[in-house]
Design a protein around this ligand. Structure first.
Ligand code: SF4
Length: 143
């Protein structure tokens, strides 16, 4: 489970996302049905689900990529085009769930995970939310 972008408005100058765009490159972000509905219903151009969602081999929803980046990533600004309504998993990033190890880890693609998760306590707290999100909103709605 992956990505996040455009969080700089919430950060101070001293503690700022470096806007590298790594988090939205070749994203594998899993979406809940709620994510899909929220994004689809909020888009002013009547976005179709097929434009931004693909199915994994396990039958889960996943964000689509285009030219190596998430379809919602703006390469000219390095920001998320749907920041206000972005997927729940993007909000948790750079903390992600490693399904092989069955634990939460900080994604190595993020050069400054400490900005978002400065200590173990914050990671543990969000990890519980991630597990709950996966259990209740993702696996529950598996196709
Ligand atoms: S939805 Fe936004 S934050 Fe999430 S991967 Fe796409 S561009 Fe990045």
């Amino acid at each position: 489970m992956y990505p996040n972008r455009g969080r700089k408005a919430q950060l101070t100058m001293e503690n700022k996302c470096v806007d590298c765009g790594n988090c939205c490159r070749e994203t594998e972000m899993i979406l809940s049905e709620r994510d899909v509905d929220r994004i689809k219903n909020s888009d002013p151009k009547n976005l179709q689900i097929a434009n931004f969602v693909k199915k994994t081999e396990d039958g889960l929803y996943q964000l689509k990529n285009e030219n190596g980046y998430c379809v919602f990533f703006d390469v000219s600004t390095n920001l998320c085009k749907i920041y206000e309504i972005k997927p729940q998993g993007c909000r948790f990033y750079p903390l992600i769930y490693d399904s092989d190890k069955k634990l939460c880890v900080l994604d190595r693609d993020c050069p400054r995970p400490d900005i978002f998760y400065p200590n173990k306590t914050s990671q543990v707290k969000t990890c519980k939310k991630i597990v709950r999100f996966l259990e209740k909103q993702v696996l529950f709605t598996k196709l």
